[in-house]
Design a protein around this ligand. Structure first.
Ligand code: C5P
Length: 315
């Protein structure tokens, strides 16, 4: 029996411009992904495969306190189990001898990243499975085939294979890596309630995209400020076109954003399709204090709906 272990970081989107839907139903986006050191733990247990036996793939999810997280699927509906399957099919073939290939891959997840939150947890878990298996079987992490497998699993999965910071185009899978420096001081609002990505995109379509034409100019202003490490200049460049749609579906997101601003963040916005939010802190020394201040600034009825944590980006 072999165990592989990998950490799966969360992400926020510093920039997310969204265009009108394509014929395949996906929306073209222009985004800046930023990995953050807030992790799920991913473990792959592999049992040997006698020749001719079918493959088995499964998943099990737990909370950090060890209690089972029953809401996540245990079969191939779980993206992390699906990642193991597509890797095996592509890389190992269905019928390699038992010395090479296992009969069963069980992916065990310890979930800290909230599910359906806009922080990419499920995508990151799947990418961690691909990275762990690629390393185990001696594939280079920048293997082009791995990016293709990742894109087939979901729009955000290729970014998590890469990590760090990157511009994403098309539906997010067409990536240009960016320098990881400077690290950004952030306060992240972790929601205890989910929001389904397709619902947010549907509401976005109902409201109508209006800023898509201004995406490239806005992005280069953000990248200039980022390169200069100028947080005051970066703050007004943050952008998320899904924010109005997410706010329409979950008005309490507005109160979480207000709490971040009241705590002293230079800017605050939705991450991905939400309902997670994040604020840009003035400096790395401030993040813990600002997270506490944002928690206190939340209305009492929302205190168990959003938990603020301070951290500096990079993972
Ligand atoms: O690619 P992924 O499976 O993560 O996407 C989930 C859903 O989010 C899609 O089915 C689609 O409704 C929406 N989506 C989109 N445009 C994107 C990414 C996701 O419309 N660029």
């Amino acid at each position: 029996m072999t165990d592989l272990r990998e950490r799966a970081p969360a992400k926020v989107n510093l920039f997310l411009a969204v265009g009108p839907p394509r014929p395949d139903g996906y929306h073209p986006i222009l985004t800046v992904f930023e990995a953050v050191p807030y992790y799920d733990d991913v473990e792959i247990t592999m049992r040997p495969k006698p020749p001719g036996e079918p493959w088995g793939f499964g998943a099990a999810a737990f909370r950090p306190d060890g209690s089972p997280l029953e809401t996540l699927p245990r079969n191939l509906d779980n993206l992390a189990a699906r990642a193991a399957k597509v890797f095996v099919e592509a890389r190992l073939g269905a019928d390699r001898p038992c010395s090479v290939a296992p009969a069963e891959m069980l992916v065990t997840l310890v979930k800290r990243i909230p599910v359906s939150a806009g922080l990419g947890g499920g995508s990151s878990d799947a990418a961690a499975v691909l990275r762990a298996l690629a390393t185990h079987y001696g594939d280079p992490p920048d293997l082009p085939g791995l990016a293709g497998l990742a894109a087939g699993l979901g729009s955000d999965v290729p970014f998590f294979v890469l990590g760090g910071r990157a511009v994403g185009r098309s539906r997010g899978e067409d990536l240009t890596p960016l320098p990881r420096d400077p690290s950004l001081p952030l306060v992240i609002g972790l929601p205890s309630f989910p929001l389904r990505t397709p619902d947010v995109y549907r509401e976005f379509d109902r409201q109508g995209p209006d800023r898509w034409a201004r995406r490239e100019g806005d992005l280069s202003r953000l990248l200039d400020a980022l390169t200069a490490g100028d947080l005051k200049r970066l703050a007004p460049c943050l952008r998320n076109d899904l924010e109005a749609a997410a706010l329409a579906l979950r008005p309490e997101i507005g109160e979480a954003l207000a709490a971040l601003r009241q705590a002293g963040c230079l800017a605050a916005q939705l991450s991905g399709s939400g309902p997670a939010v994040f604020g840009l802190a003035p400096s790395g020394q401030d993040v813990g204090r600002l997270a506490e201040a944002a928690q206190k600034a939340l209305p009492a009825r929302l205190t168990d709906r959003m938990t603020f944590v301070g951290l500096c980006s990079g993972a």
